[in-house]
Design a protein around this ligand. Sequence first.
Ligand SMILES: [Ca+2]
Length: 386
Amino acid sequence: MSRRHWAHLVGVAVIAAAFAVAAPAAVGMPAEEGEGAAGKAADAGPAATATAYLQARAAAITAADPAAVLAPWVVTGSALARTEARVAEGTAVRGEAVGRTAETAVCRVTVLDSQPADDGVTAVVAAHAITTLTWRAENGKADTEGSGIDHTITLRRNGDDWVITADAYADVLKPACLEAAGASRARVRAAARAVERTAAPVRLPEAASPREAATPRRYSDIIAYDRPGAQAYADTYALSYNPTFVRFSGADCANFASQCARAGDMPQASGGATSGWWYDKEGTSSPSNDTYSLSWINVTRQIGYWNTRRTDWETSAGMLSRGDFIYYDWTGDGVWDHVAVVAGTNSSGQKMIDAHTTDHYHVYWKLGYSGTKYRYARVRAQWVVL
Ligand SMILES: [Ca+2]
């Protein structure tokens, strides 16, 4: 058995151990597509080739020469080959900059769709890739980070093989990785703008209607924020999705943050579509008839309701605890684009986050490049509810 194969198996065992406790739903991901594929098999179809390419993307992170690892799957010298080698290199460089070494990187791939074109020359494969990175801190301790990303991969027939010609995906870390690997300022900023475009405000359900005010009670209640409860929810659904809540493909971060706050007993506030902060399941577990406020699903609206009612700004990430929230403005254009939930502190003493879109599990909180702005929201300890 090759050394690489052993490393792969060890990596899988590490992930299984990590996620068996923290994120049981991730264990259920189909694994058939994701195993093996160390070399280039003859007559591999588009789906198998796309799977092997995604695994090579992960393997490139820990490789001395990322471009060489990617070379069998991409066109040498192409923009894709250069970009993906930089993303892999930048991932490792960013870790080193904060005192960590990337030790293993394993990608588990689920093919969602595979469509060969009528011409027999091109094909498009949609796949979900869950990458697990193990970092070694300077104190010798290990941390495991997970990410989940949808890829739409275009392939072209090349003799008996297929080669990847395009890979469309939304990874909020891409600008930071490109910058760390020495990409041009223009290239980094273009990548950040692309991430910002995918974070466009999401729609309200048609059924959204003004809510009845809650019947006033004759007594008040004190509700404390349950930080462990918020974090447990975040860890459980970071790389999967709670099927009883609506899902916004490509822009689920605020919805996920709201769900985590709800799991921590943050009191909801009834109102209309553009007031309060609430989610109504209408008495069913299916999300198809759910209604919710814009503040539940939109980053800017969430800040607008939570700030001074549920949260207060702090001046640094270090002042936050699990169950708090970090906001991101990718290019610093003044529009807040992303929110993540603080999930604790890693072995290097850095805050780590859980988030959706890009799906992140226990990832180092500083996701942006040098142009990114951050805000740090501490959730209040308790609320008096009338
Ligand atoms: Ca922005």
